[in-house]
Design a protein. Structure first.
Length: 369
């Protein structure tokens, strides 16, 4: 009992010392922010102890979006890039996330990305995110500037950071469920195959139905053949509603372009993915290559990359964040792999992932001035 008592006293002393020499205010804020994220907009202590941000739509010469401003001092600025979702910047979870960090002193700008609402992203979105970063930097010129992106929106966010005038200006990136090699990501969503870094084995999971049909829907509008585009969109909508819906009559009516896109989605052979992508219509291949971060020199990235990924992610394997971390040789990288957050369910806090999630939030709050 005496030994246990001494151990308890020793641990208490260590904790007290950490709070003296560490960052107790930031640590406490991070715990409250994590709780607020888990609540998904429901009332929390964080909301009780902080003032609600002001929020309003805004426009600038080359874009538009929603701006969330803290009531007190602005301590950092962040462009929050929505993932592919029909609600775009109006998605309630995204809005809750913006409010959470605005309460922590971030000026948060969520840009409008038109193709996002069609479940698609484009290389052009990199320019839109860059425009938002430049504008937010003008509005908040003397504080750290960063970008946070969700899922496949990490591509446009990183592409924006590589703009010559932004490489040194952008101080941090937060990536939630992001990717590096879009070919490997397509391989995963269609066949379930992935290879974690440092492990020579290939792992397989059951492909996620939503991811496959979202890929089909996203690329249907990029076909030159309007009939094929309409048929693919109809196929995707039917399978979104019912994973077992009969699409045979629609598939039989497809022309060469439509069949090439459907072949990627129907394929289950990991070794066939590269050839099937090569057979896609030129415009589709162009968009895929334009968003493929593996084709960019990510060694030019600077600042702090805070990469968060669920190890059970059904849409983007965690190996993609590992690969992204390894490719950013010129940046400071903090990689947080955690359980139980699904794809981008950053509000799914549990005993299993709370420690990693708290450390990721501490890393982000540490970027404030």
């Amino acid at each position: 009992m005496k030994t246990l008592g001494r151990l308890a006293i020793g641990l208490a002393a260590v904790v007290a010392l950490l709070f003296v020499v560490g960052r107790p205010m930031t640590w406490g804020e991070a715990a409250l922010v994590m709780w607020d994220l888990a609540a998904g907009g429901a009332p929390t202590v964080w909301q009780e102890v902080t003032d609600p941000p002001s929020e309003y739509p805004t426009r600038w010469d080359s874009g538009e979006g929603d701006l969330y401003l803290p009531t007190g001092n602005v301590r950092a600025a962040m462009v929050l890039v929505p993932g592919a979702a029909v609600l775009g910047r109006d998605e309630p979870r995204l809005q809750a996330l913006a409010r959470t960090f605005a309460r922590a002193g971030f000026a948060v700008l969520v840009p409008e990305l038109p193709e996002v609402r069609q479940l698609a992203l484009s290389r052009a979105d990199g320019g839109r995110v860059a425009s938002a970063l430049r504008q937010l930097g003008k509005w908040q010129p003397d504080i750290p500037l960063g970008v946070a992106a969700i899922s496949y929106a990490v591509g446009p966010a990183v592409i924006a950071m590589l703009e010559d005038d932004l490489t040194a200006r952008v101080a941090f990136l937060v990536s939630i469920g992001g990717y590096h090699d879009i070919t490997a990501a397509i391989r995963f969503i269609t066949t379930g195959a992935f290879r974690p870094m440092g492990d020579g084995r290939e792992f397989r999971r059951e492909p996620n139905s939503y991811g496959r049909w979202a890929f089909l829907h996203a690329n249907a509008g990029r076909l030159d053949n309007a009939t094929d585009a309409r048929l693919l969109q109809d196929i995707a909508r039917r399978r979104f509603r019912n994973a077992d819906a009969d699409i045979a009559p629609l598939s039989a009516a497809l022309g060469p372009q439509g069949r090439a896109v459907l072949a990627v989605v129907d394929n289950r052979d990991p070794d066939a993915v590269v050839a099937l992508i090569a057979d896609l219509p030129e415009r589709v291949r162009h968009e895929i290559d334009g968003l493929n971060l593996a084709l960019y020199d990510l060694g030019r990235l600077r600042g702090h990359l805070i990469l968060v990924h669920g190890q059970g992610d059904p849409l983007v394997p965690y190996s993609e964040s590992q690969s992204l971390a390894a490719s950013a040789s010129g940046a400071r990288v903090s990689l947080f792999l955690m359980d139980d957050i699904g794809h981008v369910e950053f509000n799914a806090v549990s005993l299993g992932n709370a420690w990693a999630m708290w450390r990721a939030i501490v890393a982000l709050l540490g970027e404030r001035r």
